[in-house]
Design a protein around this ligand. Structure first.
Ligand SMILES: Cc1ncc(COP(=O)(O)O)c(C=O)c1O
Length: 489
């Protein structure tokens, strides 16, 4: 970390206050790039020892630096470097210029191009939400897979049961109990091909072609594609970057339109990185129950809140059984294994039949490997090391955006996950930015694909789910310059 090498020279005979000298010393190290956005400053005690000044003096300096917005304090963690010359970045506001009504999903061809960009081997991957790739667990997973193959031999290449490998379902149930104290029956868990199939099964079980599905705005583009390909209609509900779905807006939408299902990510939304407070989640479930609707919760990021707090999915508040939860190991372990799950509740039998008819079952070797990974405790240990890396990446990305994007740029402050939602100054079209970035070998996700009716033209999503590198930094700087150019600054 940068703070190990920074220069430490305090002149006790100088007239200047000691705490001022400490401020100058840290500021110089930030300005020269020795200390970088996201780096943690030495603790008060350590700094005081290293430069031989008292702890209160160091504290005074750190507090002043915080006031100057050069560093920020994080509870129980310490002081961290903020971006150079950071404009104060305001979170994007919800956008509802057009009225919200049920619509078929648009923008499929732009989505095709975004996916093409994601899989170019040498592209800088700022367009894909891939948290676990920030610190991949590949070696540990390979070891687990080897152990499984040695033990299970022929069985490891066979079919899994349609509902999934019983050992993995038990491990998932155990995690719900262990992390949030919820009793989930292993028998009610259906293992799927990623969360995407869990969402498909859930939608198919509770809705039909032509039905109206309420989604957060903005929402994950994969959900929109799914709704579109099932011939369902999407209706957007205003979603606030601090609290998630605005419940008053939801009530209005439900009063005005025949919504059948709400499909939300209340534990952590993609792309806003917001987690709905528990009391609101409870109220949301009350609304669902009162109106006899179904809520499908897309809970793929709930284990990735930076502070390690695991929010209870909405299902845990429901008495009616009208909430279905979709989970996945794609964000927390191995996207390529394609292993997710669905808490099927009272739709269990329908879901089992759908699963069997669509894909028979999910890969057994991957399921056995994840069972081993979870049972050995490696998964939880891994998550503990992944979260701080993601938090640091988030901090660095925000700081770079603050420094290099034009005035008027706004950005989310994610509490977890791997993406930043950015509002660009009004006249910048992120689809044009996307084209320019692709030509430069950088993939980004343009805002348009996060709405069924192309609402977010001047927004973009940047991923920080990758190991930090000079190339990543330079790419963000390049994007900033390009946005300046497109904004005519
Ligand atoms: C919010 C959300 N839901 C679902 C998925 C799909 O997850 P999986 O790869 O497990 O199918 C993603 C992947 O990006 C996502 O961001």
């Amino acid at each position: 970390m940068g703070c190990e090498q920074f220069m430490l020279a305090i002149d006790k005979s100088a007239d200047d206050f000691l705490y001022r000298q400490v401020i100058d010393l840290i500021t110089e190290n930030i300005d020269s790039g020795t200390l970088r956005p996201g780096d943690r400053l030495p603790s008060l005690r350590r700094m005081s020892k290293r430069i031989d000044v008292s702890i209160p003096t160091v504290r005074q300096a750190y507090i002043e630096l915080e006031r100057q917005r050069r560093v920020e304090s994080r509870p129980q963690s310490g002081f961290y470097v903020r971006g150079l010359n950071a404009n104060e970045l305001v979170r994007p506001a919800p956008r509802f210029r057009q009225s919200n009504k049920p619509v078929p999903v648009a923008n499929r061809s732009l989505m095709d191009r975004v996916y093409e960009g994601l899989h170019q081997p040498d592209f800088v991957p700022l367009g894909i939400a891939n948290p676990c790739m920030a610190k991949p667990a590949a070696k540990a997973l390979h070891r687990a897979m080897k152990r499984v193959m040695a033990r299970a031999e022929e069985r490891s290449i066979g079919y899994a049961p349609s509902m999934g490998e019983p050992g993995l379902r038990r491990q998932i149930a155990f995690r719900y109990l262990d992390t949030i104290g919820s009793n989930v029956e292993p028998d009610n868990i259906c293992i799927t091909n990623g969360a995407q199939e869990a969402l498909l099964l859930a939608l198919q079980a509770v809705a039909s072609k032509g039905d109206v599905i309420a989604v957060e705005s903005p929402t994950y583009h994969g959900l929109l594609e799914l709704i579109g390909s099932l011939g369902m209609l999407a209706i957007e509900v205003e979603t606030c970057p601090e609290e998630g779905v605005t419940l008053s807006a939801l009530r209005k939408t439900l009063d005005a339109h025949p919504v059948k299902v709400c499909l939300f990510s209340t534990t952590l939304n993609n792309p806003l990185g917001v987690s709905m407070p528990d009391d609101m989640r409870q109220e949301l479930v009350n609304i669902i129950d009162e109106r006899e609707l179904v809520l499908i919760e897309d809970d793929v990021y709930g284990d990735l809140l930076f502070d390690g707090h695991r929010p209870k999915p909405a299902e845990m508040y429901s008495r009616s059984g009208n909430v279905l939860t979709c989970g996945s190991f794609s964000k927390t372990a191995a996207p390529g294994y394609r292993i997710g799950w669905l808490l099927a509740g009272r739709y269990r039998d329908a879901i089992m039949r759908l699963k069997r008819s669509y894909s028979c079952s999910s890969g057994l070797l991957q399921q056995l490997t994840l069972t081993e990974f979870l049972a050995s405790g490696t998964y939880d240990r891994y998550l503990k090391t992944l979260r701080p890396v993601l938090q640091q990446n988030a901090q660095r990305t925000r700081a770079l955006v603050a420094q290099h994007f034009p005035e008027g740029t706004r950005t989310s402050k994610p509490v977890g996950g791997a993406v930043l939602w950015i509002e660009l100054p009004g006249n910048v079209n992120s689809a044009h930015l996307f084209d320019e970035a692709i030509n430069k070998g950088i993939s980004i996700a343009p805002g348009l694909i996060f709405s069924p009716c192309a609402r977010y033209e001047n927004f973009m999503r940047l991923s920080f789910g990758h190991p930090w590198s000079e190339e990543i930094e330079q790419s963000i700087v390049w994007l900033g310059r390009k946005v300046q150019e497109l904004a005519g600054r």
